[in-house]
Design a protein around this ligand. Sequence first.
Ligand SMILES: *[C@@H]1O[C@H](CO)[C@@H](O)[C@H](O)[C@H]1NC(C)=O
Ligand SMILES: *[C@@H]1O[C@H](CO)[C@@H](O)[C@H](O)[C@H]1NC(C)=O
Ligand SMILES: *[C@@H]1O[C@H](CO)[C@@H](O)[C@H](O)[C@H]1NC(C)=O
Length: 639
Amino acid sequence: MRFAALIALFAIAIADELCSVDDLRQKLYALEDELWRNVSDPMWRQSDLGGDVELTKAFVALDELIQAVPRSRRPPLNSWIWTNAIEKMQIIDGHYKYFAEFARTQSRPGAVPAPVREWMDLTEAVLMDPKSSVTNSMKKLGELMSHGEAVTYRLVMLQEGGTDVCTLQMSPHQLIYDIYNTIALAEIKGYAIMQFSWMLLKLYGKGNFSQEASLTRERYGQRTTQAANVVRGVLSSASRDLYRCDPIQHEEGKTYDQVTRLLQGYIENEVDMNPQGTCQENCGYYTLTQRYGCYDDQLCTQQKTCGGRIINCQYIDSDMWVCPSGDSKRRYDWVTYENGRTLGQKGECTSGGHSTKVDSWWRWLFWHCSYCMCLCDDATDSDRYFSLWDATSDVNNNKVVTGLRLIKHGRVFHLQVYESTLKERGLIEGGDWVPVQKFDPLDPQFKDGVDYHTLTYENRAIDLDDLDSPSGHVLTGVRFRMLGAHLHFEIRSTPFNYTTGRLSPEKSQWISNDNTEGSARPRVKLELKNPDIPTRSSVPLAVDSEHDQYVEFTNSDLEADAAQSTVPFIDVQPVLPAGAGALASGAGVLHRGARGSGGFVALRLRTYPHARHVRAEPPADLPRGPDPADGPDFEPTVN
Ligand SMILES: *[C@@H]1O[C@H](CO)[C@@H](O)[C@H](O)[C@H]1NC(C)=O
Ligand SMILES: *[C@@H]1O[C@H](CO)[C@@H](O)[C@H](O)[C@H]1NC(C)=O
Ligand SMILES: *[C@@H]1O[C@H](CO)[C@@H](O)[C@H](O)[C@H]1NC(C)=O
């Protein structure tokens, strides 16, 4: 007795945190118990309250609960099991709709009661039809999923990073949770109309049916408990990551954006890189200098001067052809040396004027005034700023972050969040992008290091981290902050009550991985090998970074691109689950790339872990059928 009470208490504690379908199933069990007790009670049947109208009213009330559960998207899986399962679910759904419509008509005040014959036809179709009954479909669906559930879910997990996760934009975890919800809801409908049918038959004195009903319940209880157990296990190991893959077509400003002119290939003659105007050193001597003059109307008058620092010069060859670029982000389209070496992609030189012959020269036969290939770090005309402002959802109005993106306004990159209202049992409603607060970093009221970060030769690392909230928390914000010289990513996480959906904004906290290069287990640098610009990649760019790494913005490869671009590029595609947002618990910054490509810096979203809310045990404490005190007329039957 005391043990049973304890179990009941435990069951209630769990029931509090159940997801919508599992909560609905518990409500259905409770209603079913009560109705069987009523239907089996001769007093109730004869009273004014009793009878089919009461039963239909109860069913209509249940239908409202069923309709309140949001429909999951039906995952477009290409598997034999899934196609068959959908077929069975459609049969069940057809019966259910018809039944619900009939019940609704019957329960309307003043409705003309349908003849008993009509009710009987309905229940017969549900229970007995040899080919298309609900009984039959439930059995087939049960068999199919008992054998195929694990297979189906494994299939979903294998598709991680594959086309489905890329195009559907759902994490495998989300897909599996949706499949579970789709099946569970179909089974709830099927089970409900089967039980109502038995009840109606009993009500009309067509037999006892307690054995049939309890067998149905037993099978259903076993099947759903097993399914929930399988799904809980699969969900705990399924990836919750969501990020964007390569778009079909790269489009600047739409799918990607660039940091520009951070370190850029720049040709300068030695004579102009020292204050004395001499040519007594070689290119390699100039590791960090600036431009001091423009000797004798040479190339220096024809190109835009590097107004910042000139870094890491090297000598390649004495004479060259230089093709100036028409693209304002680049200086040159290509450079070809007389020894045959070409930097960049040589083509006709039309975009920015004709190619120019540039020759080094000798001074008094001793000194070679060489043209060097250097890097220019010049902040004027350079898009190299990152906003350090918080991007958060309106927690005071119970909004959570359900999508993310990076976006460039003017010369500044911002984080932007998509917010939705959190409802009960992990559901979200609506959604919109929270407007970004734009600003001009050159306006003196905004401070470097406080409002924004300026990338420079020394400070150009961005941390690649994958962050998640503690259990019972959801994502409500993201931001960049400076950690040493690194641009560092953080998430805001807020606790919430799963059952009610209420956030506790005052308990929000910022979370980050504060590891640095200098620690005992230092952050690892992701090296970019011969990085050409990523939009030219011939292979798909997959995630190649891990948690606790960092990458430095740098010049593109000298051979491939004449070092004219800044890589990685920034992926600005929204990370918005299924185009509508999803409850999330974490986020991160990652790199997608490949050998020979600078790749993209991109965001990742981590969807909410649903596993612990999935449970389907039938209430063990409730007696099957009426209490012995209510009369001996209904008893559970085991097989
Ligand atoms: C079952 O019968 C009792 C007593 O007549 C009634 O109060 C209750 O509403 C009935 N339950 C349902 C679900 O109709
Ligand atoms: C969630 O809210 C419900 C209703 O207010 C409350 O009964 C329950 O204890 C809360 N759960 C937690 C874990 O605080
Ligand atoms: C219904 O069947 C159960 C089990 O077979 C039995 O115990 C009960 O007495 C039956 N009730 C009626 C009214 O026949």
